[in-house]
Design a protein around this ligand. Structure first.
Ligand SMILES: Cc1cc2nc3c(=O)[nH]c(=O)nc-3n(C[C@H](O)[C@H](O)[C@H](O)COP(=O)(O)OP(=O)(O)OC[C@H]3O[C@@H](n4cnc5c(N)ncnc54)[C@H](O)[C@@H]3O)c2cc1C
Length: 446
């Protein structure tokens, strides 16, 4: 881009271009498979920078990407050429303990919110990797350890401030633009750049009962896990990981968090311990902040990742066979098949109440390649897709929008499900020119 044109974008934050110090770091994402070279990266310092950036991109007909935590598997928070609005510097979190509310800037990570809210004995549902961006996670829905008890992240979103396609700053809440608030609760980044989110908070911790319980990966172990997931109370949420024990033994690692009384939690988790001698039992009282970081080391930034996922209501015999067969063929020891549970309060919300439509008990199930050697990638991607195919007879026609890669229009429609047409009407109203299209896109036209 010509330097004279660039001068029109005068930011309070920082503008990076190829060759600038920090450019390569700013264009690296969690998924090391993504390699894109934006013409400009605007490290925004506030909503004013964001508004300028949106107007600048429109005036110069530049493709526009929005980066929160940079965690999305699809890598849509970067672009080749074009302008990236990078919100990573906008990470302030302000807690109002009396009202039990938190105002969170659009580039904050989950760990920022957990630490700040827990200082007041409060928390809200967020995901299980502390490095994930709060905005990206919440706009798509937000599964997490507190979802059974307190609903998804998007269910706790009470207001948002966003810069729209024409560079205006709007508030979406129950009183102002309530249709937009509905769309932001599951409709992804389709409607604007969210500069701040306001969450409802709950009394949580500081100590919860949680951790990892590892069994041999057997039919019985998966059946018991599935049965347990169907009756367990709201206070607990879990994820099953078909993984490898350190000695290579195929293992089912159940990671669970019980956010109620610790002695109640011991009773709830006991059946998961009782059916066989665990290979590892790391379930213990720990701080909620520690619980929120428990999987961080498993999926570090910069490795080569791929997954394809679907929603599975229960693990019947056929599903269990398919899971075990593909778990036995993992391309690297670090690769896993994940089963993230959604139940309880999160599934008692009516499907039309928010844009996240999949309100029934299920596991979000995907086969995740985790590789360091590029030579493992092709076979790993094939493995993930084959595992996904094998699970289709047991899966819903729906998927989690935040887990989508570049998978085509049908998969995007299935992700938004029954919300799709309403989201499209909203898109026509707030972004008729599809300025915000680097996302799981709801195109305004048919
Ligand atoms: C290791 C790992 C663990 C995960 N665990 C969970 C989990 O427990 N629960 C769960 O629900 N999901 C989980 N996810 C998925 C996660 O929700 C998505 O990857 C999400 O998109 C991450 O958001 P981000 O802001 O970090 O992503 P980014 O890559 O920065 O952004 C992704 C997209 O979100 C939109 N976006 C981001 N910020 C903004 C903003 N401020 N305004 C407007 N649009 C914005 C844009 O469209 C952007 O393209 C996990 C992902 C990983 C990699």
């Amino acid at each position: 881009m010509h330097p004279i044109i660039e001068q029109e974008l005068s930011l309070r934050g920082e503008l990076l271009r190829p060759g600038s110090d920090g450019y390569d770091e700013a264009r690296s994402l969690w998924n090391g498979l993504v390699d894109k070279r934006p013409a400009l990266i605007a490290r925004c310092a506030g909503a004013g920078d964001v508004a300028q950036g949106v107007r600048f991109a429109r005036e110069h007909d530049l493709v526009l990407a929005v980066r929160g935590g940079g965690h999305n598997i699809a890598g849509k928070s970067l672009c080749d050429g074009g302008l990236v609005l990078d919100l990573s510097r906008m990470n302030r979190v302000q807690v109002d303990p009396a009202r039990r509310r938190a105002r969170v800037e659009g580039g904050a990570r989950l760990g920022d919110v957990d630490r700040e809210t827990q200082a007041f004995g409060l928390a809200t549902t967020l995901g299980i990797a502390s490095d994930t961006g709060v905005a990206g996670l919440t706009l798509g829905g937000g599964y997490g350890w507190l979802a059974g008890r307190h609903g998804m992240a998007c269910d706790n979103l009470v207001a948002a401030e966003l810069v729209t396609a024409d560079g205006e700053l709007l508030t979406a809440s129950e009183d102002e633009h309530p249709d937009l608030l509905w769309g932001l609760r599951g409709g992804g980044g389709n409607f604007g750049v969210v500069t701040a989110l306001e969450f409802r908070l709950h009394l949580v911790g500081p100590v919860v009962l949680g951790g990892m319980l590892v069994h041999r990966a057997t039919r019985d172990a998966l059946r018991r896990f599935d049965e347990w997931a169907r009756w367990c109370p709201d206070e607990v949420s879990a994820a099953g990981l078909l993984a490898s024990a350190p000695d290579g033994t195929p293992a089912l690692a159940v990671v669970a968090c019980h956010c109620g009384r610790v002695d109640d939690g011991e009773r709830v988790l006991a059946p998961l311990r009782a059916f066989a001698e665990p290979l590892l039992d790391d379930v213990a009282p720990r701080t909620y902040v520690e619980m929120q970081r428990i999987t961080d080391a498993s999926w570090p930034r910069g490795r080569l990742y791929y997954w394809k996922s679907s929603l599975v209501r229960e693990l019947d015999d056929g599903a269990i066979e398919a899971l075990l067969e593909h778990a036995a063929r993992k391309p690297t020891p670090e690769s896993v098949i994940y089963l993230q549970q959604l139940h309880g309060a999160a599934t008692r919300v009516a499907a039309e109440e928010t844009a996240f439509p999949h309100r029934y008990d299920h596991f979000n199930c995907g086969a995740m390649l985790n590789a360091q050697d590029p030579a493992d990638v092709d076979a790993g991607v094939r493995w993930s897709r084959t595992a996904w195919e094998a699970m289709q007879p047991f899966a819903q026609r729906g998927n989690y929008v935040n887990d989508l890669g570049e998978e085509g229009e049908l998969r995007v429609r299935e992700a938004y499900g029954s919300s799709f047409e309403r989201l499209r009407a909203l898109k026509r109203r707030y972004d008729p020119d599809n300025v915000f299209r680097l996302n799981q896109n709801v195109a305004p036209d048919a």
